[in-house]
Design a protein around this ligand. Sequence first.
Ligand code: ADP
Length: 445
Amino acid sequence: MALVRTFSVALIWRIVLLSLAIVAAVAAAMWPEPQPGLSLLMVLLALGAAFSLFRYVNDTNRRLARFFESVRYSDFAIRFASGKEKGDSFAEVNRQFNEVLEAFRQTRAEKEANLLFLNTIVQHLSAGILVFDTQSAVLVSNSAAFQLLGVYRLHHLHDLPERHKALTQFVQQLSSKGKMLYQPESGRQLAVQGVSVSLQGRAVRLLTLQNIHPELQRKEVDAWRNLTRVLRHEIMNSVTPIVSLVETAQDIVRHDLDNSPASADLTEALEVVASRSRGLMNFVEAYRSFSAIPAPKMDDFSVKNLLERVVQLTIPEMREHKILLEFFVQPEDLRIQADAGQLEMVLINLVKNAREALASAEIGAPRITLRAGADPKGKTFIEVEDNGPGISSELLDEVFIPFFTTKATGTGVGLSISRQIMQMHGGDIRVSSAAGGGARFVLEF
Ligand code: ADP
């Protein structure tokens, strides 16, 4: 209000001055004794007052126009000079303009900060997020989504590679809500949840992606472990009395029966039953380790020392089979938090598998390489690579299944125990191989 009053006062005194100057000029010209000099002076004064009035009104309009323009184009960077020399009312108007612009500036900065905050959260989520518009163009995405899909960038749904065909179809057919599970490649099982919503009048499809492969694996191993425990218990309960009964029967035949051909046949039959039963007991006993792995005792130790121990323990066999065994650790002082005994067991088992694979084929220069280091994200890894016959792609997913073996005398528990140990360390074990191109097992922590 005060502002309007000062503006009116400034306007009124200019109009009054202009009017007075005109009246005085007319009076001086019409006076009984005309005063041309005074009249001219008054005309000049009237012109000056008119010019001042024009400038005053025009300047105010110009400032208003600039102000509205900056609001319209969201250009809040401009500032109005104080304009004190033009009077207090101008200074006040300019101050008010600047305050309004500052309020706009702050609101915009807050909005931008909120947007940045939300964007940072979306980027740091471990779940993948993708938002598509009605034309299937990507509106929002995060790095977890790219990582899970194995792509560097994604602008449109149709840019997804062929292995994600199931996902493309799912997004195209998504009407309100939906879930699906698919496996784009070995070692990755994606759980996808989709919802179609309208945001500010725009229809969008929002997708969240998660790799539940490790959880499924854990469940699978748990199921195998429970099954093994029950089977072992049942088989042992049945076979133990059979073994002792057969031994008693053997004693009776040996001491109480005569040496007739029938008793010789009986002795032989009982011997077969006894040896098969003992074999079955030993076989079942071998799986005890699978269902009873103790919790790891975590320790901090040097990876180089661990690999040196593994090499020392396995080198005699390598020499015998003329296999070159080498190891590399980068950086050399790499340390790890783990159960040293369990890791040693895993590595010895991987080296043993590699040696057996090399022995099963005619390889010119058989070689096993142990390599340890940190991946680009700083996660420690240890890998065991051989240049043996490799594993065919159909079998890649099978080798970690308990009791899976391709060897005549194998038990098929080595790799599944290794996976259990790695999972108990919060990590995993992965395999990559091409038939004929060797195999590489990587322990990830
Ligand atoms: P086992 O050694 O008793 O067979 P494992 O669980 O250790 O049990 O291995 C399972 C199977 O994985 C093996 O029978 C073999 O077919 C395959 N395998 C493991 N390591 C290798 C390797 N380095 N090269 C080729 N095949 C391998």
